[in-house]
Design a protein around this ligand. Structure first.
Ligand code: SF4
Length: 461
């Protein structure tokens, strides 16, 4: 994503000379969930809790936990940390396969640090060059695939109505979140946040990429604190990314614009990318992401694009089973933006990760007639392929990969379970939020009826 993949073979050899499990991301990347006190490097292994006792001694324990240092020791010794299984699985496949460990090795935020990390003792602290952070769970949206851990709106709904009863478990159970230590802390009383600000002046000088996620970052005072700090202490090496649902009140949007404009215009940071999310278009998109009002979204997006002439926008589409029937309209919107705003200084970017969990929202549970709709979508994309202002080849390939993944063999038991839960979830969704699945997704009527029948048959058996 950020590196020269032409260097993959050479870098793989270099990494393997240190050890066959050595990975730069364990040192140079971190995602920190400050609202729950979790950290992971890279973003693929499950996050682990940051012990407050370690934080008291050194705020860089937000990254350099003892837990992580044990994994680094294993990597230096050629042992495989179990948490990185996703990479070992790829590397053990027959043939010449590149894992994320290899891709991370060529990234521009790891390559310059290779010698330094190679020579570092396993238990030495280091400042990462790529940091992703979430300050708070405050959010005015409750997207179907999100959770009370990262959305206060979800939390309020679950507190009011309770968890959603699915066939084998309670979905979004607060009791379970507390048990797992994922209950979010208040933003004004959070030792992890205090540690972050203690670490920040030392951390920022080594940072190449900094990304703020949420919750909704533009509703967090800490996001504005970062922007104010950078206005007073320019960091021209820094690539700053901020996520936003672009559904925030005008007052906050104005404040964001007032702070981001001088950062970009006066070269106080290297680059800014605004990340936002849409998974389809129209009222179907608003159904998936409760709180989204497309009129406000479009207004705020255009505000940003018109006033920040070098600011890029990255769409993250979490492709799910409700995306298929309306995705073409979303692509038409995205193409109209590319035509108007793409230039040599900025891009409208599109990432299409497919949703893997919760599995009830996965496109894998759809019936075979949806493959035809996917083929139409791929044909539509092919007709508009153009690397500058059209659909990029890599985006078409991604959609083809999603279709191949949808077609993978699934067990009947698994399908029945997920489809029953699909019905139970959206029935509860409609009751709680006053929506109508069938009115919003008339093209999915037969699938809905199948899910309903599957649930009823399950009840009788
Ligand atoms: S080995 Fe793979 S999973 Fe582990 S930190 Fe590196 S890239 Fe991430």
């Amino acid at each position: 994503m950020f590196g020269d993949i032409g260097k993959l073979d050479v870098v793989r050899e270099q990494l393997n000379e240190v050890s066959s499990s050595f990975c730069m991301a364990k040192w140079m990347h971190v995602t920190i969930h400050l609202m729950t006190g979790h950290t992971h490097s890279c973003y693929l292994p499950l996050p682990h809790k940051i012990p407050l006792s370690e934080l008291k001694k050194d705020p860089s324990a937000l990254h350099n936990t003892k837990f992580k240092k044990i994994a680094r020791k294993q990597m230096k010794n050629g042992e495989r940390p179990a948490e990185c299984k996703i990479c070992w699985d790829i590397e053990d496949l027959p043939g010449n396969n590149y894992s994320d460990r290899h891709y991370r090795g060529v990234d521009d935020w790891t390559l310059p640090y290779f010698e330094k990390v190679k020579n570092l003792k396993w238990d030495e602290n280091i400042n990462p060059s790529y940091v992703e952070v979430s300050f708070s769970s405050t959010c005015n949206f409750k997207c179907m695939y999100c959770s009370p851990t990262i959305s206060t709106s979800w939390m309020q709904e679950i507190k009011k109505h309770g968890a959603i009863k699915l066939s084998k478990h309670d979905h979004q159970s607060i009791k379970w979140l507390k048990f797992k230590g994922h209950n979010p802390l208040e933003e004004d009383n959070n030792p992890y946040l205090d540690a972050f600000w203690e670490w920040w002046p030392n951390l920022v000088k080594d940072l190449m990429y900094f990304r703020i996620t949420g919750g909704e970052p533009l509703l967090s005072p800490n996001t504005y604190k970062v922007l104010e700090w950078l206005n007073e202490n320019p960091q021209d090496q820094l690539d700053l990314s901020i996520n936003s649902n672009l559904g925030i009140p005008e007052k906050q949007m104005q404040r964001f614009m007032d702070l981001i404009k001088p950062l970009v215009a006066d070269g106080k940071i290297k680059r800014h990318i605004l990340h936002t999310s849409l998974d389809t278009w129209g009222e179907q998109a608003e159904y998936i992401r409760t709180g989204l009002k497309l009129n406000d979204f479009e207004k705020n997006l255009e505000w940003y694009l018109n006033e920040i002439p070098t600011g890029s926008v990255a769409f993250m589409c979490t492709f799910n089973n409700l995306s298929v029937v309306g995705f073409k309209q979303f692509l038409e919107y995205m193409l109209s933006l590319r035509k108007r705003f793409n230039n040599e200084k900025r891009q409208i970017l599109l990432d299409i990760p497919h949703l893997q969990g919760p599995e009830i929202f996965s496109a894998q549970i759809l019936t075979e007639d949806f493959y035809e709709k996917m083929n139409d979508l791929i044909a539509f994309m092919n007709e508009r392929q153009d690397e500058r202002i059209g659909i990029k080849k890599a985006e078409i390939q991604k959609m083809e990969r999603i279709l191949a993944w949808m077609k993978q063999e699934k067990s009947e038991d698994w399908l029945s379970h997920q489809r029953s839960d699909f019905y139970l979830y959206f029935k509860a969704h409609d009751e709680r939020r006053g929506t109508s699945f069938l009115e919003t997704f008339p093209q999915m009527k037969e699938f809905w009826q199948l899910c309903e029948r599957t649930y009823e048959i399950g009840l009788k058996s």
